[in-house]
Design a protein. Structure first.
Length: 167
C-alpha cells in the first residue's frame, strides 16, 4: 500500500459529499484502505517519515492562491491515516495542517484538528490505562509463608484514642 492510493476518486467523493469534518473522519476511519495504508506505514516506520514528507511535498506544488487545492481530499485521508500512528512525523503533520487556515484548503485543517485531538485523547487514555491496575497484593501477616512476623491481633485502641490520651 502506498500513499498514492489516498488520491483515489472514492476518497474525493466522500470528502466532497459529506458536510462536516467530524463525519469525514468517522467515514474515513471505517475504510479498509485507510487502515491498510496505516498498517503499511507502521510496518515500514523507518521509511515512513520520508515517504510522508515526499508525498506532501509533491502535492503542495499544486497549491495556488485563490484556487481550490485539488489534493485536499488526500490530505484529509492522510490526517486520518496518521491519527493513531505512534510516530513524531504523524504528530508534526497533524499539528502543522491543523494550524493552517487558508481558503484554498477549508476542510483538511479541520479534519487534522479533530484527528490531533483524538490522537491526544487516545494517548492520554492509553497512558492512564497502563496505571489502572489493582492494588498490590501483600501477603497476609498470618500466612504460613511468613514466619518472621507474628499474626496481627486486633486491639481495642485506635489512633484517635491514642492522640486524645497524649493531648
Amino acid at each position: 500500500m502506498a500513499l498514492v492510493e489516498l488520491d483515489s476518486d472514492e476518497i474525493a467523493q466522500i470528502i466532497f459529499t459529506v458536510a462536516t469534518p467530524n463525519a469525514v473522519c468517522a467515514i474515513l476511519r471505517a475504510r479498509s484502505d485507510i487502515a491498510a495504508i496505516r498498517r503499511h506505514l507502521f510496518d515500514n516506520a523507518g521509511d515512513a517519515r520520508r515517504a510522508i514528507e515526499e508525498y506532501v511535498r509533491e502535492r503542495l506544488i499544486d497549491l495556488k492562491p485563490k484556487a481550490y487545492f485539488p489534493h485536499e481530499p488526500a490530505f484529509c485521508a492522510l490526517a486520518v491515516v496518521l491519527e493513531t500512528l505512534p510516530m513524531p512525523a504523524a504528530e508534526d503533520f497533524l499539528s502543522e495542517l491543523s494550524a493552517l487556515k487558508i481558503a484554498e484548503m477549508p476542510i483538511s485543517s479541520h479534519v487534522a484538528a479533530i484527528c490531533l485531538q483524538r490522537r491526544r485523547e487516545l494517548l492520554i487514555s492509553n497512558t492512564l490505562a497502563e496505571f489502572k491496575v489493582g492494588p498490590i497484593q501483600m501477603p497476609d501477616a498470618s500466612s504460613p509463608k511468613r514466619i518472621d512476623r507474628l499474626p496481627r491481633v486486633p486491639t481495642e485502641t485506635t489512633y484517635p484514642d491514642i492522640f486524645k490520651a497524649a493531648a
